[in-house]
Ligand binder design. Structure first.
Ligand code: FAD
Ligand code: DHB
Length: 389
């Protein structure tokens, strides 16, 4: 065999899986379609559950996160000017970490370089073969030349548009999907946050999220129709709309500045089952997508990696295959609960075009219930900080 595990995709799932396996003495090769600079330029998630924080520490990549990340004890949900504080720490004993996906990915690349792991960038036409044989193989094209690697297992960490999921025959997988009729327009700007904690804002004009990366770098989002283009949104228009959706006490603290990144992400809930096909395992966005409202995308990728690295390690080091047989069921159990939470947060906080007047009342009642019931706040907090692995 050329290596023990071939990992398709050098995003956070692939890198973290490789890092954990390498630390247990298991050899991996990562095949990534894009350049490293491109992977690191994608601004995505910003909130780590405590389980993810502990996983990154365990993988030996927690030092910069612990130095530069910001621990948050709670968050705000708002309905027009009413602010509901969810005190995660008081309600669950747990907290979350504000540390961008870009930073996590950069830390993992550095750690993998230090391990001497082979990460091949710029691969094309990846094909995953022989999944029901004694060993699997992966073919790819690099600089016009076709190559082939043999391995014991293949980890499909190649995101929603990757090749891994599509390798499983269509009649052997079941897909569940809900596409939402709006997207999030996000900007990054060197300005101070309006609040010490994130604000998830429900307003008659639609949803807004005030997030941050540090004391002088904010990540802010507004709900937009799917037909909108980034070019339709000047910085001035963005800040005007964003401030109108925030409660007045937060909007008056808003400092605006030029955006250094601006992009629109569509919202989707998606699960493909099962996560295993012979010697292939799906991980992270390759298998499931959540709308970003619950901050679960990256965190679910981390819990998948937790289950799979345990399973592969037992199989490769001790010949015990119970873990790999159980991987799909174990991971899906947690995935579906995060799906439910992300869907619920999305429904509670977004305005749906053409909705009836009843829908807006349901959102308001949900927020009022949260304001008045500690039980409701604890339920939200328990899900937001992350359900146990
Ligand atoms: P990815 O990060 O998608 O990594 C997959 C990697 O595989 C990529 O580097 C890709 O180039 C590579 N690849 C793809 N196809 C192939 C192939 N055929 N061969 C080789 N390599 C391939 N989550 C949140 O919690 N909050 C957010 O605000 C948020 N914003 C997001 C915005 C966008 C635009 C997107 C797409 C996602 C966002 N997410 C967010 C989700 C979160 O970023 C993902 O859940 C997370 O990136 C999943 O990591 P992953 O490694 O599984 O997949
Ligand atoms: C961020 C993104 C999210 O989807 C979320 O729920 C919280 C924060 C962010 O990019 O900072």
């Amino acid at each position: 065999m050329d290596t023990q595990v071939v990992i398709i995709g050098g995003g956070p799932s692939g890198l973290l899986l490789s890092q954990l396996l390498n630390r247990e003495g298991i050899a991996t090769v990562i095949l990534e379609r894009s350049s490293r600079a491109h992977v690191l330029s994608r601004i995505r998630a910003g909130i780590l559950e405590w389980g993810s924080v502990e996983m990154l520490r365990e993988a030996g990549v927690g030092a910069r996160m612990d130095r530069e990340g910001f621990v948050h004890d709670g968050t705000y949900l708002t309905d027009e000017d009413q602010m509901v504080h969810i005190d995660f720490h008081a309600l669950t004993g747990k907290r979350v970490m504000v540390y961008g996906q870009t930073e996590v990915t950069q830390d993992l690349y550095r750690a993998q370089d230090a391990m001497g792991t082979t990460i091949v960038h710029g691969v094309e036409d990846v094909r995953i073969l022989d999944l029901d044989g004694a060993q699997a193989s992966v073919e790819y094209v690099l600089n016009g030349e076709r190559k082939r690697l043999s391995c014991a297992y293949v980890a499909g960490c190649d995101g929603f548009h990757g090749v891994s999921r599509k390798t499983i025959p269509e009649d052997r997988r079941r897909e569940f999907e809900r596409v939402y009729p709006f997207g999030w327009l996000g900007i990054l700007s060197h300005t101070p946050p309006v609040s010490d904690e994130l604000i998830y804002a429900n307003s008659p004009r639609g949803f807004a999220l005030a997030s941050m990366r540090n004391a002088n770098l904010v990540r802010c989002y507004v709900q937009v129709p799917l037909s909108d283009k980034v070019e339709d949104w000047s910085d001035a228009r963005f800040w005007d709309e964003f401030s109108r959706r925030l409660p007045a006490q937060a909007a008056e603290r808003l400092v605006t500045g030029p955006s250094i990144e601006k992009s629109i992400a569509p919202l989707r809930s998606f699960v493909s089952e099962p996560l295993r096909w012979g010697r292939l395992f799906l991980v992270g966005d390759a298998a499931h997508i959540v709308p970003p409202t619950g901050a679960k995308g990256l965190n679910l990728a981390v819990s998948d990696v937790f289950y799979l690295h345990q399973a592969l390690s037992a199989a490769l080091k001790a010949g015990d295959e119970t873990g790999i047989d159980g991987y799909s069921g174990r991971a899906l159990n947690r995935i579906w609960k995060a799906m439910r939470f992300s869907w619920q947060m999305t429904t509670m906080l977004h305005r749906f075009d053409g909705e009836d007047s009843f829908a807006a009342q349901m959102r308001r009642a949900s927020l009022r219930h949260l304001a008045e019931s500690e039980t409701a706040r604890r339920d939200l907090a328990e899900n937001y900080v992350g359900l146990p692995y």
